[in-house]
Design a protein around this ligand. Structure first.
Ligand SMILES: Cc1cc2nc3c(=O)[nH]c(=O)nc-3n(C[C@H](O)[C@H](O)[C@H](O)COP(=O)(O)OP(=O)(O)OC[C@H]3O[C@@H](n4cnc5c(N)ncnc54)[C@H](O)[C@@H]3O)c2cc1C
Length: 306
């Protein structure tokens, strides 16, 4: 099988998702080539052909121009899969490419099992295996699902330069960073996070109290933020903050891939969950199978008298 990896570049830097694209190709045992709209000054550590278009000429993101560059490489390489990160750029380009190529489009791939693509279903409660019916498919990879093993990546790509054709329809004006308000969890050394398992907003107080006893901050999973029990700056995950504290305590959090992507670089993870089979157990150093409403106040009290 051959896959075409579409790397991303932003603000003069190659994005970390490039390593996840390479890891995906490895997990599939596939031959790969890569497309990058970027610069020769920041090339990925990659053993393969890299089709490189100059960012000054092609623009940081222009859907028409970028789509055409990828279509030209697809014609040359004849891959079975075109693979993009599940990012705002990937969401935009993947359907455009799929329509142009008359290909199936599979979003948010989180795993490769026996050579098949696995995607979340029912708000990530279930997983299903997908077998595209077309010979060529365009897919996006969920952030954090194909993290490469630790260690410095090596390899030098064989660079093939691409010429971008101008496209007058859309002009790229730039990125505007959202105004940051609230707490910056990325600097916290201890984070105690509340998940849907807290049951009701009043129970957030016990999570805050434990965070305080540990001299840390409290965080939350997305359902807690969506229910407006906690502000968005507290959200950990792909659509929240990425954190790497020394200690992460996940209270009533199941461990959906989108949450794990935001916290799995934590040094030590304690999970408190009534379900011994909750997926958070796979990344936790300690899984306490307990009702958080009973265990959290006891822990807080013990810590407070130390
Ligand atoms: C595009 C997209 C982006 C997303 N981004 C994010 C993101 O950034 N961050 C994020 O968190 N999610 C995100 N999600 C949502 C994600 O898929 C999950 O739905 C979410 O993480 C689940 O949150 P949870 O673990 O709190 O709730 P649930 O999955 O409902 O888990 C609740 C857990 O609490 C346990 N529990 C229940 N009662 C108790 C109790 N009394 N004591 C102890 N344990 C108990 C249960 O056993 C269960 O494991 C995103 C989803 C999509 C589609």
């Amino acid at each position: 099988m051959k896959v075409l990896l579409i790397a991303e570049y932003r603000d003069g830097k190659l994005l970390g998702s490039t390593a996840e694209l390479i890891q995906f190709a490895n997990a599939l045992g596939a031959e790969s080539a890569m497309v990058l709209v970027g610069s020769e000054s920041a090339l990925p550590a990659y053993n393969g052909t890299l089709y490189l278009a100059d960012i000054q000429q092609a623009g940081e993101f222009n859907p028409g121009v970028h789509k055409q560059l990828i279509l030209d490489v697809v014609a040359k390489e004849q891959p079975q899969l075109v693979v993009l990160p599940h990012s705002s750029t990937g969401w935009d380009l993947a359907p455009r490419l799929a329509v142009a190529l008359n290909a199936a489009q599979v979003s948010e791939v989180v795993e490769v099992k026996d050579g098949q693509l696995v995607v979340p279903a029912c708000n990530s409660k279930l997983r299903r295996t997908v077998n595209p019916a077309t010979e060529l498919s365009v897919i996006t990879l969920q952030a954090g699902a194909f993290t490469p093993p630790n260690g410095e990546a090596t390899g030098t790509p064989k660079v093939v330069k691409l010429e971008a054709s101008p496209n007058g329809d859309i002009q790229f004006l730039g990125y505007e960073a959202a105004e940051s308000t609230g707490v910056d969890l990325s600097k916290a050394e201890v984070i105690v996070s509340a998940g849907r398992g807290i049951g009701k907003p009043e129970n957030l107080a016990m999570i805050e109290a434990l965070a305080k006893a540990l001299k840390g901050e409290y965080g939350a999973s997305r359902p807690v933020v969506d229910a407006e029990w906690a502000e968005h700056s507290r959200q950990v995950g792909t659509t929240g903050q990425t954190v790497s504290p020394k200690l992460y305590v996940a209270c009533g959090i199941s461990g959906a891939i989108q949450h794990l992507a935001g916290m799995k670089k934590s040094d030590f993870v304690i999970a408190i969950n009534t379900d011994k089979d909750a997926p958070i157990g796979e990344v936790a150093d300690v899984l306490a199978v307990a009702d958080l409403k009973q265990l959290v106040p006891v822990l807080t009290e013990k810590l407070s008298i130390l």
